[in-house]
Design a protein around this ligand. Structure first.
Ligand SMILES: Nc1nc2c(ncn2[C@@H]2O[C@H](COP(=O)(O)OP(=O)(O)OP(=O)(O)O)[C@@H](O)[C@H]2O)c(=O)[nH]1
Length: 165
């Protein structure tokens, strides 16, 4: 009895550890496949930051890098949107700083408010611009790498005609 108790606990801990390891690896695989799914067949990218949160602006380079790593080249129309411009007294990202960043990355900049439709650039106008860009960039999108999960359906080979006459 003395020996069995510690032995039982030990096994339990090992099992728990194994489950944890499997779970972490499974989650990571799931996360990766979800991320790949998001980036597959992307036609345009809208980078949105919160004008009242400088950290959201500073995180933009890492999102641009992530897009690059998922083979979203500069051919794909990209725009930069600063949201919450209605909160004038709380603005942390000045327009000139955002404009410099947009110029460096060859993106048009829009400042908007999803809450107040009377403020600056209207969300509809932003998406119209994007739609226009998409239309004029259409031929370039053909250069996207083919989707690995794409299913190609080949017509079944017809059986050779047999004549019994
Ligand atoms: N004043 C103002 N508030 C906004 C605007 N856009 C979103 N919000 C508010 O910001 C909060 C978060 O909005 P969500 O749509 O959940 O955005 P989120 O990106 O998930 O969250 P945040 O990172 O907090 O902005 C909500 O209370 C919205 O009402 C805006 O343009 N102006």
């Amino acid at each position: 009895m003395h020996l069995r108790t510690p032995s039982f606990h030990y096994t339990g801990m090992i099992d728990a550890f194994k489950i944890q390891l499997w779970d972490t690896a499974g989650q990571e695989r799931f996360r990766k496949s979800m991320v790949q799914h998001y980036y597959r067949n992307v036609h345009a990218v809208v980078f949105v930051y919160d004008m009242t949160n400088i950290a959201s602006f500073h995180s933009l380079p890492s999102w641009i890098e992530e897009c690059k790593q998922h083979l979203l080249t500069n051919d794909i129309p990209r725009i930069l949107v600063g949201n919450k411009c209605d909160l004038r007294s709380a603005i942390q990202v000045p327009t000139d700083l955002a404009q410099k960043f947009a110029d460096t990355h060859s993106m048009p900049l829009f400042e908007t408010s999803a809450k107040n439709p009377n403020d600056n650039d209207h969300v509809e106008a932003i998406f119209m611009t994007l739609a226009h860009k998409l239309k004029s960039h259409k031929p370039l999108m053909l250069s996207q790498p083919p989707d690995r999960d794409e299913i190609h359906i080949k017509p079944e080979p017809k059986p050779a005609m047999t004549c019994w006459c």
